[in-house]
Unconditional design. Structure first.
Length: 363
């Protein structure tokens, strides 16, 4: 229950109920005329509709303080005049008419975390209010957390043991996971940590070289963390008669799968928007034939309200004795409604399916 105020105790910013509305004291003045009773002259702002009025009170008049409810929610999408927000703890969705949001619409962006204010169940988040307005915490987009993987696989010296180089650039939140480690781990331990990081992205345990760039807290938010490895790829090649089976998909590292049988009951929430660009160059000995490359052509999308919010796109081309593969994967928002889970799952599983691609080489 909110406090009870006496008009004589008014201060700028005091909020109270009156005539079914919520008012905030903008200005006040205690007046004691030479004759007659003292009174309090005020200028009040209606925080529900933004109107301003002047009113006088008896100093002893009591007014009930206003119980303003504050809920932190995330903006999801708009459907006509309704704008949908979600409580990230209960996953309950709240539709708010655009008339309630007012000028706030100018600043509202997908996935923003906002503070919804209400009085007795009536939302007034978008109205200009002295006691507070929607507070935005902007979530960095995929252009910030953007990882690039540049892989070269060279078979020219030994078709059974290609030399593989992989340069991975981690941006944004992904970089923050790695950059501070150097400043807090002993040098010998840091080398082992780097090996474990590289292993997760290459499915390899031994490297002929492993170097980094921009590691350390001084680079956080300024430069991407870069990991470069070189290793022998003999474990990814299997001889089958006159052919060689090469597990090229594994060079991008382990990928998450969502091949679940149980029905999902909740929306999907991820840590932050992020994207990946992977480029793979396969250099073959002259005269080598290749089969199964059509598997590199993949396209899966999650469209929400007419906008693609997640996708996995992959394609390839041949250029002389080289095969050039490129795929992009991105997740633009952090909350995916339950009704879009199947298409979201298809995007996730596309990366896992790419992970399983094997090409057939014959020299």
């Amino acid at each position: 229950m909110a406090d009870v105020y006496m008009a004589g105790d008014f201060r700028n910013g005091t909020t109270f109920e009156m005539d079914g509305n919520v008012f905030k004291v903008v200005e006040f003045q205690h007046v004691k005329p030479g004759k007659g009773s003292a009174f309090v002259r005020t200028k009040l702002k209606n925080v529900i509709n933004g109107s301003v009025l002047e009113k006088t009170f008896n100093p002893s008049e009591k007014l009930q303080g206003a119980d303003i409810e504050k809920s932190e929610m995330q903006y999801l999408y708009a459907d006509g005049d309704l704008y949908y927000f979600m409580d990230n703890e209960t996953y309950e969705q709240l539709p708010i008419n655009k008339t309630e949001l007012g000028d706030t619409l100018k600043y509202l962006k997908d996935n923003m975390i906002v503070k919804i204010l209400s009085f007795k169940g009536k939302v007034f988040a978008g109205v200009q209010m002295g006691i507070g307005e929607i507070n935005f915490i902007t979530i960095p987009g995929v252009e910030i957390t953007h990882d690039v993987m540049d892989i070269t696989i060279d078979f020219t010296k030994d078709i059974e043991n290609p030399i593989i180089t992989n340069e991975i650039s981690f941006g944004g939140y992904a970089a923050i996971n790695f950059q501070p480690i150097k400043d807090f781990a002993p040098a010998d331990q840091y080398k082992e940590i780097l090996k474990s990081i590289a292993e997760n992205y290459t499915i390899q345990e031994e490297y002929t070289s492993l170097t980094t760039e921009n590691d350390g807290t001084e680079f956080i938010g300024k430069k991407p963390f870069v990991l470069k490895v070189t290793f022998e790829g003999k474990d990814l090649v299997q001889k089958a008669g006159e052919n060689y089976l090469f597990s090229v998909g594994k060079t991008i590292g382990s990928q998450m799968e969502l091949y679940q049988e149980n029905k999902r009951m909740m929306p999907v929430e991820i840590d932050y928007p992020h994207s990946y660009l992977r480029k793979i160059k396969i250099i073959l000995p002259k005269g080598t034939t290749v089969k199964n490359v059509e598997k590199f052509n993949m396209s899966h999308k999650t469209d929400i309200n007419g906008k693609t919010e997640a996708a996995f796109e992959s394609s390839y081309k041949t250029q002389g004795d080289e095969i050039l593969i490129e795929n992009t994967e991105f997740y633009n928002i952090i909350n995916y409604p339950l009704e879009h889970f199947d298409s979201y799952k298809a995007v996730i599983n596309a990366a896992a399916d790419f992970n399983k691609i094997v090409i057939v080489l014959n020299k």
